[in-house]
Ligand binder design. Structure first.
Ligand code: SAM
Length: 217
């Protein structure tokens, strides 16, 4: 069973995503085990402080190193060889090919979700992978971590219903987007399903699908 631990100040954000659909199924069939770690539990002092002002000036606050180091060390006690994944706009852009590599590997992961203006840079000494989900800034690492986790866990063998269904999805070759698809009715508000898809001619259908798969920009 693959183990995924998540360090966050907002563990409640994950409930809906991890307990629905494929993530729920993945846990039910024993493919994955999720463990939430509340960074606040590792905060300092009576107020459980996790952030402080930024050296050199600047607006906002940064996550301090000590609570994050202690949280990661706690996660490592539970799973000593797990890889630490830091969610950051400075990371490597997340891609379907990496999701597949991680799904097919035997690695376990500890996701670190930052908040505020981010984290003290010394935290990166703990980290195996720095991942960005795109060229935009989110309020925190939680949505980014959920995106990465979902894209990996659904590809763990046995999680998706049709074992081949992930192989013909968008980006599975790194660049091609899936062809358009239709279901019943044949005519909806005057819009018709392409005739070839109703023909039963598998060769023609395959050709149409190939012709209508486009390259991602
Ligand atoms: N001050 C940072 C900057 O300009 O790069 C942005 C900090 S952001 C408000 C807080 C946290 O959200 C980040 O440290 C990171 O953990 C997460 N985050 C925001 N955007 C992200 C992205 N595109 N990919 C991954 N994580 C992201």
């Amino acid at each position: 069973m693959r183990k995924i631990q998540i360090i966050t100040l907002f563990p409640e954000m994950f409930g809906g995503v991890l307990n629905s659909s494929m993530m729920w199924k993945a846990q039910k069939i024993g493919a994955v085990d999720f463990r939430m770690i509340n960074l606040r539990d590792f905060g300092l002092g009576l107020r459980k402080t996790v952030d402080d002002i930024i050296y050199g000036g600047g607006d906002g606050m940064l996550l301090m190193p000590e609570p994050l180091f202690n949280a990661v060390e706690n996660a490592k006690q539970y799973d000593p060889t797990a890889k630490v994944v830091l969610m950051t706009p400075r990371g490597k852009r997340w891609q379907q090919a990496t999701a597949k590599t991680w799904a097919d590997s035997d690695e376990n992961y500890i996701f670190v979700c930052a908040r505020y203006e981010g984290y003290d840079e010394r935290v990166t000494t703990l980290v195996d992978y720095q991942v960005s989900v795109g060229d935009y800034v989110l309020t925190g690492g939680e949505l980014a971590a959920m995106t990465v986790i979902d894209s990996v866990v659904r590809l763990i063998p046995g999680v998706l219903g049709g074992e081949t269904s992930s192989e013909i999805e968008s980006f599975s070759d790194g660049e091609t987007l899936e062809y358009p698809q239709y279901t019943r009715p044949e005519v909806f508000r005057g819009m018709e399903v392409p005739k070839v898809l109703l023909s039963g001619n598998h060769g023609e259908i395959a050709k149409w699908r190939q012709d209508h798969s486009i390259k991602a920009e």
